[in-house]
Design a protein around this ligand. Structure first.
Ligand code: PLP
Length: 403
């Protein structure tokens, strides 16, 4: 795939230019809004998810911001699972609320909580498939079903479970990714992506979705559900591209799209290797005397195990956490002793990654708040890579001796 490292595109003639701007024809105008390299990434992820269209963004954070702002305006609200990546939590609890968009957080243990928290100004529900650090799989089908009854779409952040979970198949309306993680896979490129499932009927619930059903003054009065009709069931992603991406400018660079496309080519193979290795690491840690607890979907029981079995295609993902018997200082010693495993604040890389959240990602929280998110003093997060499993186990063994 060539890298179209260009800002803009020569029009054939004035009629062609006019058609593109009027959306009578879809085509390239300016790389802030579309780019042929990004377009291929968007099309491939659309296929992978079984969706209708996709939009690449500068980062996962840009993608989640766009998901909310595409449907919510000041005075509106949305309901989100409490089990979220910390950056998303901050975005929802602070930045969006300062703009007058209220996020109502609910415990995903109870799918009905989403319906109870909703009213006529609720525009969407939001959740992560496999949120860390608790790693309790989200009940996508149960919540999506309740949402469809009320006319509220479920948007799922599937960053931690590409290939092994396809949220649209379980009833989600929109899927988003931080492509920074498994999709890229090599720790080189920040990116985000939103896939429109194309199955939510925005027009049937016109009062709930004014951004898609009322004339848009920023685009000569376009009504997005109507404007999208000749192009397919893509009103959601069309509006996101031609208004939010146009105005905010958080576009993916074509070079990053190229690298992410390379990652995509090995994604199924890598996911298999990640998940196989993680299972072996989880079993190893569970029998280690310095480990008091392993947090891993495959070791969960009852409802949480049922969800893992229902949504992760017979795998349990490749993220896991464990608690060291000797707490905070043991967590530090363990991390400092690692030789093969990288110490970074990331997940989803081909290499195994580790972090001690209490002293890093979760260090700004009070100890009570930290515990509520599932992070104890001795908690270590691992994102298991695709190295030979013996190499991973050897490094963990020697680091545990120091912990
Ligand atoms: N969603 C999840 C589940 C994440 O783990 C992250 C990043 O860690 C993001 C979203 C944000 O993505 P990005 O860092 O690409 O902005």
């Amino acid at each position: 795939m060539p890298i179209y490292q260009t800002t803009s595109y020569q029009f054939q003639d004035t009629q062609h230019a006019e058609n593109l701007f009027a959306l009578r024809e879809l085509g390239n105008i300016y790389t802030r809004i579309m780019n042929p390299t990004c377009d291929v990434l968007e099309k491939r992820l659309t296929e992978l998810e079984g969706g209708a269209a996709a939009l690449a963004c500068a980062s996962g954070q840009a993608a989640s911001t766009f998901c909310v702002l595409n449907l919510c305006q000041a005075g509106d609200n949305f309901v989100s699972s409490t089990d979220l990546y910390g950056g998303t939590w901050n975005l929802f609890a602070n930045t969006l609320s300062a703009l007058g968009v209220e996020c109502r957080f609910v415990d995903p243990a109870d799918p009905e909580a989403f319906a109870r928290a909703s009213d006529e100004r609720t525009r969407l529900w939001y959740a992560e498939t496999l949120p860390n650090p608790k790693l309790q799989v989200f009940p996508i089908r149960e919540v999506a079903e309740l949402g469809r009854q009320l006319g509220v779409p479920l948007i799922v952040d599937n960053t931690a479970a590409p290939v092994i979970c396809r949220p649209l198949e379980h009833g989600a309306s929109i899927v988003m990714y931080s492509t920074t993680k498994y999709i890229g896979g090599h720790g080189t490129s920040i990116g985000g992506l939103v896939v429109d499932g194309g199955t939510f009927d925005w027009q049937a619930h016109a009062a709930r979705f004014p951004t898609l059903n009322q004339p848009d003054p920023s685009y000569h009065g376009a009504v997005w559900v109507e404007a999208a009709k000749p192009l397919g069931p893509i009103a959601f992603i069309l509006r996101m591209r031609v208004t939010l991406l146009r105005d905010v400018g958080a576009a993916m660079s074509p070079f990053n799209a190229f690298l992410l496309l390379q990652g995509l080519e090995t994604l199924p193979l890598r996911m298999r290797a990640h998940c196989d290795n993680a299972l072996q690491v989880a079993n190893f840690l569970a029998s280690h005397p310095k480990v008091v607890k392993v947090i891993y979907p495959g070791h969960m029981v009852d409802e949480m195990r049922r969800r893992a079995d229902a949504y992760l295609s017979g795998t349990y993902g490749a993220l896991l956490g464990f608690e060291l018997r000797d707490g905070r200082e043991a967590g530090r010693r363990f991390i400092d002793a690692l030789k093969l495993v990288y110490h970074v604040a990331n997940i989803g890389d081909a290499r195994t990654l580790a972090i001690h959240p209490a002293t890093t990602t979760h260090s700004q929280l009070s100890s009570e708040d930290r515990l509520a998110t599932g992070v104890s003093e001795g908690y270590v997060r691992l994102s298991i890579g695709i190295e030979h499993v013996d190499d991973i186990l050897n490094d963990l063994t020697q680091a545990l001796e120091q912990a």
